[in-house]
Design a protein around this ligand. Sequence first.
Ligand SMILES: *Cc1c(COP(=O)(O)O)cnc(C)c1O
Length: 217
Amino acid sequence: MTLADIEARVTTAAMDAGRACEDISLIAVSKKQPEARVTAILEQGHRIFGENRVQEAAEKWPDYRDRFDGIVLHLIGPLQTNKVRQAFGLADAIHSVDRSKLAKTIARIAQEEGHCPELFVQVNTGEEEQKAGIMPTEADAFITDCLSMDLPVRGLMCIPPVDEAPSPHFALLARIAARNGLTGLSMGMSGDFEDAIALGATHIRVGSAIFGARDQG
Ligand SMILES: *Cc1c(COP(=O)(O)O)cnc(C)c1O
């Protein structure tokens, strides 16, 4: 599909949900995509992108930022504490705040650097052992801790289990956000972003539907 096709689907899903499409950020997830495909999307005027690895973001995005103005980069993958400072220099938002040690490191580096990317707390809505994210039962306390450290928490993020219907996970994430007074919801990928928009997504992370299949490995 083209970028325009995806944008049209976002608009339709927003209208169906009685929402304004300005309230939904389409994050084009460019991880493992060849340079030509990313440049093509930039040349069409799109400026909001997502990468899931600090290393890959560092290799690609300083150069794109030199060539194009107004880029907003979201870091959507797991973040090691020893990469936090580097992430601050690369990303405008971090979607994977999921443990106390990471939150404390971000708070310290925010103090030192005098700024902080916008943050999303990742919730493991499916309570999957191998998956990142704070457990739903621990989310309220963790969010409270993050806010008490003055972290700029914009909202919550989830990646539903691959083998389950996503909507109950999106609805759970929306409930946790609402009861904690958070308005941002990073949820929905290529296969389910319309369901996510119906349930209140403010940030959808769409990769393969925009760029085509990724290089493996
Ligand atoms: C890769 C990735 C996406 C995009 O996945 P697609 O299925 O290609 O849309 C979204 N979110 C995260 C966290 C990812 O790592």
